[in-house]
Every structure is written in C-alpha cells, then in structure tokens.
Design a protein around this ligand. Structure first.
Ligand code: 13P
Ligand code: SF4
Length: 370
C-alpha cells in the first residue's frame, strides 16, 4: 500500500488546530459521512469516531449504514476492504493513511495459499474447509468464499471453526496460528491434532503423514503485538497484584491463554471490565491504546497492560489526526483521497465468505477457557 506524502499544509499542525478542522469538515459533510474507529486507535482519533468497535462489530457497522455516502475507516487496510465489500455499491470507503496495513495479514498471500491448497490436493487431502481470519487481504477472503469456506473474527472463531469441521474433515486456518490453535483447544481438540504450515517450506514443513492425520492446518502467522505476551508476565502480575484477573486476546500464544483467567475478542475484554465491580484489578494482554483507555474510563478499577514495555500496534498508529483531517477536508471539497476499492470479482467471492460469517450467531460462543 503506497501512501503519497501528506500535503505540506497538514504537517506540523497542533492537536487543537487538527481537532477544530476535523470537526468543521465532519459537520459540513453531515449525514453523508460515517467514521468508524477500531478500539486500538489513539484517543485523538477515537474522539471523532461515530462508531467504535472491534473487527466484528465494525464489519457489521459498515454493512448497516447504507445512507452514508462516505465511510472513513480509522483502522487498518483489511478492515477498510471488508467495509467496501459489505457496504453498498454507491458508498465509498476511505482509509486515511494507506500505509496502515497489518503485519499479520501480510504473512499470508494468495500465491502462498494457492500453493498450499495445490500441495494438499496432490497428496489426496481433499476434505478441507478453508477459514480465514478477517485479518487477511480481500483476495484470501475470495479464495475461501469460492471454496465454500468463511471468514471469522476473534469474536466468532469457535462458531466458524465448528461450522467448518461439520462440513469437512480438516480446517485450513490462516493467517493467525494462535487464534486457530486457541480456538481448536477451546473446542476440545488437542494441539497434537494440529500442524503448522510454513509457506516457505515444501508441504509447509510437514510430512505427508502428519498432514493426513491433522484436523487443523494452521498457517504460520502471528500478531506482533499479541505474540509478545508471556506466561512469565502473568506470573509476575499475579505475584505483584494479589487478586488480579488476567484478561487476554486469543491472538496470544496458547500457553498464555491457558494461564490467563479470561480470554476473548476486544469487545469481550471491554465488556468484562465494564461489568466488573469497583476495586477490580486487571492485567490485560492486548494493545496499549485500548488498555490505557480502559484504565482512564474506569478509574475505580486498577487496569494495566500485562507487558510492562509499551506495546502499540504500529500500523494502527499510522492513522494520525493529520491524515484524518486531510481525508475529511478533501471530501468536504468534493475530492476523494485514499479510496479503498476491492475489484468486483474478488468482492463477489469475498462477500460470500463474509456473509457466511455474519450468518453465524456467535454470541453464545464467547467465554473464557475455564
Ligand atoms: P479484534 O478487533 O477482532 O478483537 O481483533 C484484534 C486485532 O488485532 C485487530 O487487528
Ligand atoms: Fe494486525 Fe496485530 Fe495490529 Fe491487529 S494488532 S492490526 S493483528 S498487527
């Protein structure tokens, strides 16, 4: 994703000036505009979002605002693509900074996934359902949709994987091995029934026998933010804060999820804190902007990040208010910048995979591993 340099006039503006100009542009666009903000965005962006949410909620929000001509997505590229696929034909999705990608999504590309599929076919392994995490390029969602599979988010991964395994012997899950493994274990499968597919090795680094026996083929991808959390950090938090509850995202490694008290999607994490009594103590294993916001919004509780070293998502952080200001002022002036458009054929198959996900009732599948 190439982002042209920000015009000079937007560089070096003060926070107050940016806020004022964003508000003015927003007001002039009125109902023609909806701003969506992922929970990992910085506060100076979140304050302008009409809707905040995790990947699942924002995908639904994008699909449920047909009146808005412009959807400005303050998140990362794959989210804007999903919004484009799910929104109406006349709606335009804008990503304020095209350099806001996702390092995990980049760990699987369509050529690698096709090569994996071909190798499985050559081994006679045919009964495989592909499931892609929403953190993936539209081309991968289309690959999955065309082959009868579906998209999942961290909210509905258990329902999606159950759905897949009721239709095929194996699931090919990409790009996040951790979400795939955690979901499988939560559904009662053992890690021994899972293999990891390394796209840079023949047969993904596995033997033909291991692939034939596995129920889960997990892509070797990870989130650089969530993979940092460790069991040692949990032990330290418990030693330093008696009574602490450890709450982590399922993109964390299995041993971290198993050592935690609760795990779930970003919205799940928020709901746990919102529902907790004053005096509760939380060590949270997720992105720092969200953890800091939770701490500020719940001053009657003690909330801190499990990792004492700060751990922001560097690509989410690329949506700086100066880019938002630029995108909105261009829209208000009748020009569109950073329009994210998925080609029609890709969108058609990707939509099938997203629609299958949206048809799942995921709410009953969220709980801790306990
Ligand atoms: P959710 O928003 O689905 O919780 O996923 C977290 C994440 O890493 C988004 O990129
Ligand atoms: Fe990607 Fe992880 Fe950042 Fe989410 S938090 S956008 S998965 S790198």
């Amino acid at each position: 994703m190439h982002q042209a340099p920000l015009p000079q006039e937007y560089q070096g503006l003060s926070e107050a000036a940016l806020r004022e100009r964003i508000l003015a542009a927003k007001e002039s666009l009125g109902d023609r505009l909806v701003i969506l903000g992922h929970h990992y965005q910085r506060d100076e962006i979140i304050e302008h979002a009409d809707y905040r949410g995790d990947s699942y909620k924002l995908a639904k929000d994008a699909a449920s605002h047909p009146e808005a001509e412009f959807i400005v997505f303050c998140g990362v590229h794959f989210m804007a693509e999903s919004a484009d696929i799910l929104s109406g034909a006349r709606q335009k999705v804008i990503l304020p900074n095209l350099a806001a990608g996702c390092s995990m999504a980049d760990m699987a590309n369509i050529f690698q996934v096709r090569a994996c599929w071909r190798q499985l076919g050559e081994l006679g392994i045919e009964s495989v359902m592909p499931v892609t995490y929403i953190n993936s390029a539209a081309a991968l969602k289309a690959f999955v949709g065309e082959r009868g599979g579906l998209v999942c988010t961290s909210t509905n991964a258990p329902a999606a994987v159950s759905w897949a395994l009721s239709r095929a012997e194996k699931v090919l899950f990409f790009p996040d091995q951790h979400l795939g493994r955690n979901t499988g274990v939560r559904l009662g499968y053992s890690p021994e029934q899972m293999v990891v597919w390394d796209p840079f090795k023949p047969l993904g680094g596995n033997t033909a026998e291991a692939l034939a026996e596995a129920r889960f083929i997990l892509w070797r991808g990870h989130c650089s933010v969530h993979q940092r959390f460790t069991v040692d950090q949990i032990r330290r938090a418990r030693a330093e804060h008696p009574g602490v509850k450890v709450l982590v995202h399922p993109e964390c490694p299995l041993e971290v999820v198993q050592e935690s008290d609760l795990n779930g999607s970003t919205e799940y994490i928020i709901r746990q804190v919102q529902g907790a009594p004053p005096g509760s103590v939380w060590a949270v294993g997720t992105e720092i902007n969200l953890v800091s916001r939770l701490a500020r919004e719940h001053p009657d509780q003690t909330i801190f990040c499990l990792d004492p070293q700060i751990c922001p998502c560097s690509t989410m952080y690329r949506i700086h208010p100066s880019f938002l200001c630029w995108a909105l002022e261009r829209l208000a002036a009748g020009a569109i910048v950073n329009h994210v458009q998925v080609p029609d054929k890709t969108a058609q198959f990707a939509r099938m995979a997203l629609d299958r996900m949206l048809a799942l009732d995921s709410s009953s599948n969220e709980s801790s591993l306990d």
